[in-house]
Design a protein around this ligand. Sequence first.
Ligand code: SF4
Ligand code: SF4
Length: 96
Amino acid sequence: MKYWRVPLDAAQIEVSRGIVHIIADRCKGCGYCIVFCPRDVLEVSSQFNAKGYHPPAVKKPDECVNCHYCEIICPDFAIFSVEAHSAAQTGTSAQQ
Ligand code: SF4
Ligand code: SF4
């Protein structure tokens, strides 16, 4: 995303990074998380889950800014993000 105005201290601001976790078998394939992610992090997976839907998959893991929007918008609580630093400290990893 390009902005026509940039804050003067933009270079000093550290952007949060997130790791997305998908609970594939809860997903009903509505696609809200894919369509509304502001960083275009997700895509439709070619895999089927236990309900026969295609859950999302992470296509651009480095683009996630841990905004939690996918988590808020998911009607089935099937996706969430955690801060990349805390995930590294606890040893958790992204699920797809
Ligand atoms: S946390 Fe935000 S940037 Fe990351 S996948 Fe979800 S909606 Fe996209
Ligand atoms: S918003 Fe939730 S139910 Fe809909 S596709 Fe994404 S993970 Fe699946």
